[in-house]
Design a protein. Structure first.
Lengths: 155, 788, 296
């Protein structure tokens, strides 16, 4: 729970990074295209560069820092990312993880095409995307095996 | 074999394995430390005022209003800079052929020569306020004529890019070898055409950025940089600031992609350093994406007028090449970029003679320097396209004409004929080009393609296939280095200047080191990309780090292994041959309780004050090695692309993408696969999507991600890679570079496939990007493509 | 790329928003922010005041009322896309939304915002146009309704006064069994349409066209209805011949848009290609349903 005064023109991403010290969310373009700044606002993926911090007043925000398990171990999705080499420089990764967290919370059996479509708004210059797709499919199958109801996926 | 040597053989658990990266955990949890994540108390933030004109004289700058804005701490113009910083940036890659060494000033003094050139530097409480201040600085410009086209730029009547220059020609670089006249004699079949490639940039997801801090107590200046070459940046800062070389440190923590543009020195790095020293507070500058479009380095814009002379059967006799390179407004990397290009042209083929007329030209556009592929994609494009044309003219299958001309593995090492950028004769060290193409074609089911094509045509679909080969000089010198040190706590540290921007260098070095010392990865720490870690370094570009630093780590770790055994043998009073090493413990094979830990040994090697070491024992369990490659190690590959063209819209869909890829011994195949897949994405962008456009007045047209199209998830297919590992004889690990191979042949193969899909004898594609709009024009006109 | 300073207002009712609009100098309405914020980050727009509509509950909602579907101006694109009501009565809309940008944008973007932004390449004005939608506007003088065909004043400017607020849109659903299609050409998935086409069609048991609506975006400021073709096609059999008549009418469109990336000739060509494909698909879908029964 955070409470701060903020300048009205301060964007949400800047607020998270500078005022709250949560630098996991990254700015890659500041015009809503690259997706690196994507966070979950009340469980919905949004561009934090296109939101004013004031607009998030009263909302629940999930950033990459909130995706690991409570004991600090990597979530299934994060674990699958490392196994599939789904990150290289790691800059687009926060946006990828939050976007895919939303996908998996709605669909635990996505096809490759559905995964690709889900991340079509997240640019990556390192991986060529395929490893990210593979990681998501792998994570989904493991989550299905664990039979975790989708509402309980780490938010 | 010497008994000591036999102890040098370790169990090799890691080299060659798909080891998961140690870099990942922190990044996955959002704990990366990219330069903008580094938070220092009292930091000030900054913004650069940039020229809105492609060419203009600065008459006057009025900062009165801007400096009065609350929250503004300082505004710098050229005249406010220390004297040493008023001069132009040094050219770190000089060449005698350059007629005008025109590099950037860090702030323009009298003349601006491209849209985006820095004019003023504002330091304030926040980036928001700094931008506010920039917007109210009044600059009085006298607009001058600008030159935007590098071919036009060579005409007498075209405006000068720089008013003090005589003309727009930077350098003429003639190169030749062999009997070119003989090659082009009357009985030769000659095929000629002009090819062009478009400007583009790498656009790493993280833009540039620097944070500088001056520590008054020690007079030390520290600069954190989102760069690729810490020592190069340090060297330039020393010159620009006239600084004590021992009191400056450049560090790169996490860097969000580089791909070339972050390897050079930029004005803003000097500006933050100057401001930090002047204001005695840390100063940070983070580039925004629009700035990256304007002032981040770009390349690929070149015109290739290539003539291929062949025998009737299709054997190459020689190549004549006139190449014009659009350099943009300033020199950043000397002549290297176009030079790499022209010398890449022969590729894997026997080319008995070559004559090159290379011209580098100034234009009033953004400056250029290597971008992933570094001039080679253009060479491969021209060569592979002209070979395709020759195949058409001679009615030979495209794969066959290439097979006919391959350098055979028995011919290695093969002297191409040129002098390469490192000043030595260009000699391919190793590689099996016929096998690489053959495996790639097999994987791509090339033999049955024409059946597939016919079948597709029956249902109204147009599919095509394209092939392209490349050879790339990697692992360039002069050197990189590494120290391997066993600490008093038993852990092993690797120290190096090598900088990573996602390539997984740390893990790769750990694997190499772990195998030499028979330890697990979790006992190893890496300090990288820090000029304090090791005194000398060059930088990460041109696929060189695994070869140079990798081998340095290997050699240093081997030496440390020897030292460990020697010291343990001395202390345990036995022979080296009786000892074994495992996970930080050295023990007598037959009596494992007689042992010493790495920690024990390290402490002994630290010495006890007043006591000399006994014979055979030296100080420290560490070693530093610089690997100096004698020449480039040449990797190679083949791209085979099958795609479908929607002839109603010009849209393409890649159906199958195969890469044959030979980077010698692979330290970590997981990482190499990732490099190939990622590099192909850049190549797809080059071929059909990315187009950095300027108008005739040098105004950039595409300055955001809505207009400059990067490949997204649905634009990049899964790449099937067939790996060959022809080890390089030039370094102990047998490795070659791997980061750019996926990009280099991509445009050539894709354009070839598009043309093949159109299946129209009147259509010959010569330019990139092959956008649907352009394809539409071509199909409409049914002639060879027009130049823009 | 940070926005210039502005004063921020977050009214909680339409009335309050209207008062602010009337009295503030150089205000800009903030709806989803997916178009406005980039422009502000680039400093292409520097409003002195931002009137944020996101807290006005009465502007959200999708309902069937008086035989029309009413969608509040601030309703999120994603919510419209996944609405059962919309899927049942206007299946063209979720289809079109598959092509609109990306999920993250649709989670915040609003239909009202898109209809006021009026980017000629935008899909939403196009399908509202095909649906013969009405735009509801509220001002100091009360409420008024503007047919979509009269909504575009000029390039990216709606026919609304400075002191008015767009509060919703509505349309009468096509009968159960109608055929629909929204297709577009874009460089990559989610990019703005270079050209997009919305088609709705009714076909009777004799496979004759009883009603057809064809709207094209990307060729002029406002979505372009092929009105002549729509009239001429009535009574014709739903086949290739009818499609050719529709395509031919595209040749006579004057002043097709162009920009640095796509010529007017190319756009016209794409309009023909996609109109054909969209009508074919709409006809196919119509044939799969029961015809001409208003079952709602």
């Amino acid at each position: 729970m955070y409470e701060k005064d903020v300048d009205s023109r301060c964007t949400l991403g800047d607020f998270l990074r500078n005022d709250l010290g949560l630098t996991g969310t990254h700015y890659g373009c500041e015009h809503g295209v690259c997706g690196a700044c994507t966070v979950l606002l009340n469980s919905k993926s949004v561009r934090s560069c296109l939101l004013l911090a004031v607009q998030a007043n009263g909302s629940e925000i999930t950033t990459i820092e909130g995706l690991a398990n409570d004991d600090g171990t990597l979530s299934e999705l994060q674990q699958a990312f490392t196994e599939c080499h789904a990150l290289q420089c790691g800059f687009c990764t926060p946006g990828m993880l939050t976007t895919l967290t939303e996908l998996l919370s709605e669909n635990l059996s996505p096809t490759e095409a559905q995964v690709k479509s889900a991340i079509s708004g997240n640019l990556c210059r390192c991986t060529g995307y395929q490893p990210i797709v593979d990681a998501t499919i792998l994570a989904a199958s493991r989550l299905r095996d664990k039979s975790i109801p989708s509402a309980a996926i780490k938010q | 074999m010497d008994i000591l040597d036999s102890k040098l053989l370790s169990k090799q658990a890691y080299i060659g394995s798909r080891t998961l990266r140690t870099e990942d955990k922190a990044l996955l949890k959002g704990l990366g430390q990219f330069v903008d994540d580094i938070k220092l108390d009292n930091t000030l933030f900054s913004s650069v005022l940039r020229s809105p004109h492609a060419h203009a004289r600065i008459i006057d700058i009025n900062i009165t209003l801007a400096s009065q804005l609350p929250g503004v701490h300082a505004i710098y113009l050229h005249k406010d800079l220390p004297l040493s910083a008023q001069k132009r940036l040094p050219l770190n890659t000089p060449n005698a052929a350059i007629t005008l060494v025109m590099t950037q000033e860090i702030l323009a003094s009298t003349e601006v020569c491209y849209v985006g050139e820095p004019v003023a530097f504002v330091v304030a409480e926040s980036r928001y306020i700094a931008e506010d201040a920039c917007s109210i600085i009044e600059v009085d410009y006298e607009i001058l004529d600008a030159t935007s086209d590098c071919i036009e730029a060579l005409r007498e009547t075209t405006p000068l890019t720089h008013t003090i220059a005589k003309n727009n020609l930077i350098a003429k670089l003639p190169l030749s070898y062999g009997d070119i006249d003989g090659a082009f004699s009357a009985d030769a079949v000659i095929v000629q055409d002009i090819f062009s490639q478009n400007r583009g940039s790498a656009h790493p997801m993280e833009t540039r950025g620097y944070l500088a801090e001056f520590h008054k107590a020690t007079s030390q200046l520290t600069v954190w940089s989102a760069g690729q070459a810490p020592h190069l940046e340090k060297k330039t800062l020393i010159d620009m600031l006239d600084w004590d070389p021992e009191k400056i440190r450049v560090i790169m923590n996490d860097v969000g992609g580089g791909f070339g543009p972050k390897a050079i020195f930029y004005p803003e790095e000097a500006l933050v350093a100057i401001a930090a020293c002047d204001l005695n507070r840390p100063v940070k500058w983070i580039e925004d994406r629009r700035e990256h479009f304007l002032s981040g380095s770009q390349e690929r814009e070149q015109y290739w007028d290539i003539s291929l002379a062949l025998t009737q059967e299709g054997k190459i006799r020689g190549i004549k090449l006139k190449m014009t390179h659009d350099n943009g407004a300033y020199l950043q990397w000397g002549v290297i970029l176009p030079y790499i290009g022209v010398t890449t042209t022969p590729g894997p083929y026997v080319v008995p003679a070559m004559d090159v007329d290379l011209k580098m030209v100034f234009t009033n556009k953004g400056p250029t320097s290597p971008v992933r592929g570094a001039g080679r994609p253009q060479a491969v494009f021209a060569m592979e396209r002209i070979l395709d044309k020759a195949a058409k003219v001679l009615s030979v299958d495209r794969a066959k004409i290439r097979q006919l001309n391959f350098i055979q593995p028995e011919q290695m090492p093969y002297n191409v004929g040129f002098i390469y950028r490192d000043g030595k004769a260009m000699i391919y060290d190793s590689g099996d080009y016929p096998k690489c193409q053959s495996l790639a074609l097999q994987k791509a089911n090339y033999d049955t393609f024409s059946q597939r094509q016919k079948l597709a045509k029956l249902s109204g679909r147009h599919i095509g296939i394209g092939i392209a080969n490349f050879v790339e000089g990697t692992g360039l010198g002069p050197f990189e280095g590494a120290t391997v040190r066993i600490q008093q706590n038993g852990r092993v540290t690797i120290l190096t200047a090598a900088a990573a921007q996602g390539q997984g260098h740390k893990t790769t070095f750990m694997q190499i080191c772990a195998d030499q010392l028979d330890i697990d990865l979790d006992l190893i720490d890496v300090i990288a990309a820090d000029t304090n870690a090791i005194s000398m370094g060059i930088g990460t570009f041109a696929c060189r780090i695994t070869v140079t630093t990798g081998n340095s780590v290997y050699l240093a770790a081997q030496n440390v292994r020897s030292k460990v055994f020697s010291l343990a043998a001395f202390l345990l009073q036995c022979e080296v041959s009786e000892l074994e090493m495992a996970n930080g413990l050295v023990f007598v094979s037959t009596e494992p309780t007689r042992s010493k830990t790495f920690a024990d040994l390290a402490r002994v090697s630290q010495g006890i004050p007043g006591f000399s070491f006994p014979k055979g024992v030296t100080n420290g369990l560490e070693d530093t090695q610089y690997f100096l490659p004698t020449q480039a190690a040449y990797c190679n590959g083949t791209a085979v692309v099958e795609l479908e063209v929607d002839i109603e819209t010009g849209q393409i869909e890649i159906l199958n993408y195969v890469m044959g890829h030979d980077s010698g011994k692979l330290i970590n195949p997981l990482i190499v696969d990732g490099q190939v897949q990622g590099a192909v994405a850049h190549g797809i962008g080059n071929a059909t999507l990315e187009w950095m456009r300027y108008d005739e007045q040098g105004q950039p047209i595409t300055t955001n991600f809505g207009e400059y199209l990067l490949p997204a998830s649905e634009d990049v297919p899964r790449v099937s890679v067939v790996h060959l590992e022809t080890p390089s004889p030039l370094n102990p690990l047998g490795v070659k570079g791997a980061g750019e191979g996926g990009t280099i042949p991509a445009a050539a193969a894709i354009i070839s496939a598009i043309e093949n899909a159109l299946d129209d004898p009147n259509v010959f594609l010569k330019d990139t990007p092959m956008t649907p709009q352009r394809l539409f024009e071509i199909l409409k006109n049914n002639t060879t493509s027009a130049h823009h | 790329m940070k926005p210039a300073p502005f004063k921020y207002h977050a009214p909680t009712s339409v009335g309050e928003a209207l008062q602010l609009l009337a009295k503030l100098e150089n205000p800009k309405i903030l709806a989803g922010g997916q178009s406005l914020m980039p422009m502000m980050n680039f400093r292409f727009m520097m409003p002195s005041h931002i009137i944020d509509l996101n807290q006005i509950d009465e502007l959200y909602g999708i309902e069937l009322r008086d035989q029309s579907i009413h969608i509040g101006a601030m309703t999120r694109q994603h919510d419209i896309q996944t609405s059962d009501l919309v899927k049942k009565f206007a299946p063209i809309i979720p289809d079109a939304y598959d092509l609109v940008s990306h999920r993250q944008i649709r989670n915040r973007g609003t239909l009202g915002g898109s209809l006021c932004h009026l980017d000629p390449s935008s899909e939403q004005p196009c399908f509202i146009s095909a649906l013969d939608g009405e735009i509801e506007v509220m001002g100091p003088n009360g409420r008024r309704s503007i047919p979509i065909g009269e909504w575009t004043s000029t390039y990216m400017t709606p026919a609304m006064n400075d002191d008015e607020l767009m509060i919703g849109t509505s349309f009468k659903p096509w009968p159960d069994g109608h055929g629909w299609a929204f297709l577009e050409y874009s460089r990559r998935h989610g990019d703005y349409a270079i050209v997009g086409v919305a088609v709705l069609s009714n076909i009777n048991e004799k496979r004759e066209i009883t009603k057809i609506s064809i709207s094209i975006c990307g060729i002029s400021f406002a979505p372009y209805r092929l009105k002549d073709a729509e009239t001429n096609l009535i009574g014709m059999v739903a086949d290739q011949h009818a499609i050719e008549i529709a395509i031919k009418s595209i040749d006579s469109i004057e002043d097709v848009m162009e920009d640095a990336h796509n010529s007017s000739e190319y756009r016209r060509h794409l309009a023909k290609v996609y109109t054909r494909r969209a009508i074919e698909l709409a006809f196919q879908r119509a044939n799969n349903h029961n015809y001409g029964q208003n079952t709602h």
